[in-house]
Write a protein that binds this ligand. Sequence first.
Ligand SMILES: *[C@@H]1O[C@H](CO)[C@@H](O)[C@H](O)[C@H]1NC(C)=O
Ligand SMILES: *[C@@H]1O[C@H](CO)[C@@H](O)[C@H](O)[C@H]1NC(C)=O
Length: 610
Amino acid sequence: MRFTTFTALAIVLASMAVAAPAPSAMRVKESVTMPSGWVRRGPVAAGTEIPLSIALKQRAFADLESEILAVSDPKSPRYGKFLSREQVSSYLTPSAESAAAVRRWLEEHSVKEDLSRRSFAGDWVRATVPVERASAMLGGAEFAEFLNERTGEVVVRALEYSVPESVFDHVDLVGPTTYFGKPLAHRAPSRIAEWLPVGYKPHADETVVHADNRLAVNVAAAVPPPACTTTNQTTLTCIRQLYGTIDYKVQKPNSQFIGISGFLEEYPNDKDFNQFLSTERPDALAANYKYRLTQIDGGGNNQSKPGVEANLDVQTVAAISFNIPSTYYSNGGRPPFNPDQATPTNTNEPYTTEFEYLLSQQTIPSVVSTSYGDDEQTVPRDYAVRVCGEIAGLAARGVSMVFSSGDNGVGSDGNCVSNDGKKTRKFLPAFPASCPYSITVGGTEAYAPEVAVSSKIGGFFAGGGFSEYFARPAYQDNAVKGYLKTLGKKHAGLFNPNGRAYPDIAAQASRYLIVVGGRYVRVGGTSASGPTIASIIALLNDARAAVGRPNLGWINPLLYYGQPEQVLTDITSGSSAGCDTDGFPAAKGWDPVTGFGTPNFKKLLAAATA
Ligand SMILES: *[C@@H]1O[C@H](CO)[C@@H](O)[C@H](O)[C@H]1NC(C)=O
Ligand SMILES: *[C@@H]1O[C@H](CO)[C@@H](O)[C@H](O)[C@H]1NC(C)=O
């Protein structure tokens, strides 16, 4: 006993003799195995600048979540009383203690924060530091160049990093470090890279064109027919007839605007837009209707490079929601990466750039349509949680955050294993589709009856499934438990029955006839159904504005606690085939293929303005 006591005393004395406080011990924050498809290419050139994003713990995120329900649940007395920018920020701002701990950590390493890139709430702090210093800050993290063998994309990442004990509990994550998501090419954050799903077989009357080495487009045989008479091509006029918006006249065009997310150097083309309007919305062309374009974080606007996704999004939104203004957000984030030059590589972190920008603005869209997504497991959990938190923040402000559900059913065939090194066979849910605050949109095809999109017409199966990161929110309990009961033991073990289930709603996702590069082309994907739903929500907002009602915002409580069968057409046939299985079957009521179904605008309108 004595001996021990003496020893302890000796240690105390020894440490008192040191002038500076002992450096805090390091603790592993995250450790991942290399996702399949990537190889370590080699070391990072000395002096390479690494842009670090540090996510500080938010002060009161759980309280923000109750606020979202309070303003989005129609039964709540505060329904529609959305939060201001400052109110949302007050929940997200880190505590003074967290801010100080991170400040000290940066100072210890002589790292200067890039104040211009701090988020509005101060919950993201950024700095660009040479790789040697980044490694020292992160407990000797071994940064290296990693190559995606399929796309040729090169990123600088580390498979493990640590932070000092003194900041461990104050920081959610340091990015991009372990983020191997596939935002650049491969499949995400958009479905563009594999616009047509893996193994897509063109129909007899189709030609597949590869543009930009990444895109595949169906070239339409003819100019648009007037309506939905065949399944050969889905004109926007047909969509407007099918869902019943065609006679609706916008009443308060300046009371809101629609936001459209753009990543991956996807730019909408002005000439294509006008050509499209000439056949689908001549009234909009006559009114000189345009979309606006906002460039975020170095996002471009190259009119010589029309993007299929970008054109699909702006054209769909314009055709359905004219003359509600729309804004295309062109996000930067993919400068050519030259690993030999000592200039900053991009963080390659999609979503947060745009969502942080929106959270920092006083005036924001009423609806944001995002047709991009990753396999959830390729997005580190901590990062997904933060992005979902930003979606939540925007939901609290009354924005309907609409996301496509994905184009590979429950996961792309031949690819359905866990990336934790164990290669467990499982379905692959998509993110941000899986965020509980997303309004997630599945896909349909055909007209009488409308069925879940499939290989028959659309050439793909819409994404659907259950999150492995996000628990099932209470609002889904009844709907999802009912479905699971019907499902029985089918696919047991391949998915997380307790996870946030998606999609919530659906729309046509096949053979949209749009204009790209001066030609009419047919494009399919939940990238098409997403903007369709976003536009219809905006039309409902318009009708509500005309009778003095607030925007619909995050509609999930309305859907799940309400009577969706009275305002949506339940889609009961088809499935979300994938992972070499027949996937989840569509069913009566909610299902993880088409959600509650597709819009019946006349009925929605009556309900939204009742
Ligand atoms: C529509 O598709 C069917 C079957 O693929 C084909 O026989 C028909 O010629 C097409 N019609 C038009 C107008 O392209
Ligand atoms: C715009 O896109 C065209 C076609 O891809 C390309 O040749 C040109 O270099 C691009 N311009 C800029 C400024 O990036």
